[in-house]
Design a protein around this ligand. Structure first.
Ligand code: HEC
Length: 149
């Protein structure tokens, strides 16, 4: 009985620490940016030549865009997972946080560092907000498809 009580206390402590971890200073809670504009975001996307390494359905690279055939990372389209505003923004300002799924690791990273170009010292915050809004407008959420046995 005493052991059971001890186990219960330990379990409660674990749950509490997990929950409080989520609300700690490192938590994304409270994150919010001003509303962005899709059309302005598209201009930012073209300005920084994201199409050099990316593909977005329905968007042609303007003449003069460098083509980096080593990377052909698809952005947008149907996804069973919501790409939140925070996900997309993080992909741009901290690309090594999480790598794009569906590609060989050797294609997307080297030594744990994303091969994506870093724009943190050149892009304005307004550009980033609009860009993220534009990126998000290209994702459609589809229901998860179950495997039929
Ligand atoms: C030099 C090539 C290169 C350029 C230029 C580039 N990217 Fe990337 N990008 C990558 C690679 C490689 C990945 C996959 C690794 C990763 O997820 O960090 C990636 C991943 C991403 C992802 C995450 C995709 C996913 O499915 O998780 C987003 C969003 C993204 N890039 C947006 C942009 C935007 C916006 C620009 C322009 C401002 C840009 N990229 C410019 C190479 C590039």
């Amino acid at each position: 009985m005493k052991n059971l009580l001890l186990l219960f206390i330990l379990f409660t402590l674990m749950v509490v620490s997990l929950i409080s971890c989520d609300l700690g200073p490192e938590s994304p809670r409270g994150f919010s940016l001003p509303e962005g504009n899709v059309d302005s975001g598209k201009l930012v996307f073209l300005k920084y030549q994201c199409l050099a390494c990316h593909q977005v359905a329905g968007i042609q690279a303007p003449e003069g865009t460098i083509d980096n055939p080593k990377y052909n990372i698809k952005l947008g389209g149907k996804s069973t997972q919501v790409k939140t505003y925070a996900d997309l923004l993080t992909s741009v300002i901290n690309p090594s946080h999480k790598f794009a799924k569906g590609y060989a690791l050797s294609v997307v990273q080297y030594d744990g560092v994303s091969k994506m170009k870093n724009y943190n010292d050149v892009m304005t915050v307004s550009e980033l907000v609009n860009l993220t809004t534009f990126l998000q407008s290209n994702y459609q959420l589809v229901p998860y498809r179950r495997t039929v046995y």
